[in-house]
Design a protein around this ligand. Sequence first.
Ligand SMILES: NC(=O)c1ccc[n+]([C@@H]2O[C@H](COP(=O)([O-])OP(=O)(O)OC[C@H]3O[C@@H](n4cnc5c(N)ncnc54)[C@H](OP(=O)(O)O)[C@@H]3O)[C@@H](O)[C@H]2O)c1
Length: 282
Amino acid sequence: MSKTERFLMAGVMGWPVMHSRSPLMHNYWFAQQGLAGTYVPLAIRSGNLAAALRALYPLGFAGCNLTIPHKQDAMAIVDEVDDVARKIGAISCVVVRGDGSLFGTNNDWLGFIGNVKEREPAWRADAGPIAVIGAGGGARAVCYALLREGAREIRLINRTPERAEAVAAALGGPIRLLPWAERHDALANVAMAVNVTSQGMVGLPALDLQLDALPKTALAADIIYTPLETPFLAAARARGNRTLNGLGMLLHQGPPAWKLWFGIEPTVTVELREKMEKSIGS
Ligand SMILES: NC(=O)c1ccc[n+]([C@@H]2O[C@H](COP(=O)([O-])OP(=O)(O)OC[C@H]3O[C@@H](n4cnc5c(N)ncnc54)[C@H](OP(=O)(O)O)[C@@H]3O)[C@@H](O)[C@H]2O)c1
């Protein structure tokens, strides 16, 4: 097979995966770049991940993204895991190298910070304390990004305290752990509050968080993008806070993956964002 053919294919492995918006996004970029390429959803059950990843090279894939339930399991399968993925504890992007070996990294943190910078150019991580509510995989990527950007105080709050302790131990830095019962008051004098729990997703209850202590100047962010506006964001917007939804995090982890797979960095355009918003609906 020629090099060119191998470099024009990628996909996302998950289970379930057919709901994924990643193909829409990546196939938009193939058109934007004038390239004949394809990005496909790959419905892979947990037990089949190793075989599926090893099949990427003979199938001519440049790499793939990973989503639920594969992000942690891939760590023990790929040939090399970089420091970022190790710290975050999950692989979001696999790269097939020229010799067929597999390299795993995590671009979710770049997605989060890329979106913040696109939407809020004046934003600074060291502008004030940042409350992060939740301590799962998404929280690790968000905290990693905030620390890399120079955050001076992250107030990390999770329903299950042990999980927050594990995040703080893995990432180090100025992470302050606060009990779940103090989550409402923990918003006092923050510059930013981020929901990284699954609460507020379509089909799940809203995040139980009172915003009275949240300064009106604070930025409220959610990493959920179904719905585009979670109850947390709607409540923040209603009281005058600036808000950021989770779609941009998905959009902005794409270009770094392309750079690794194809050596090209496509752009997150207004047209792409609108296409994705339309596909998600409200
Ligand atoms: N925009 C993006 O690109 C992007 C990337 C990654 C994730 N996400 C989204 O982010 C969300 C979280 O994903 P994840 O991978 O971090 O999930 P996860 O690892 O399963 O973590 C879930 C988090 O939600 C908390 N939680 C669950 N039920 C709760 C409840 N009833 N009350 C309070 N907290 C509760 C959990 O707390 P406990 O530890 O106490 O269970 C944990 O902190 C999902 O909606 C996911 O789709 C978006």
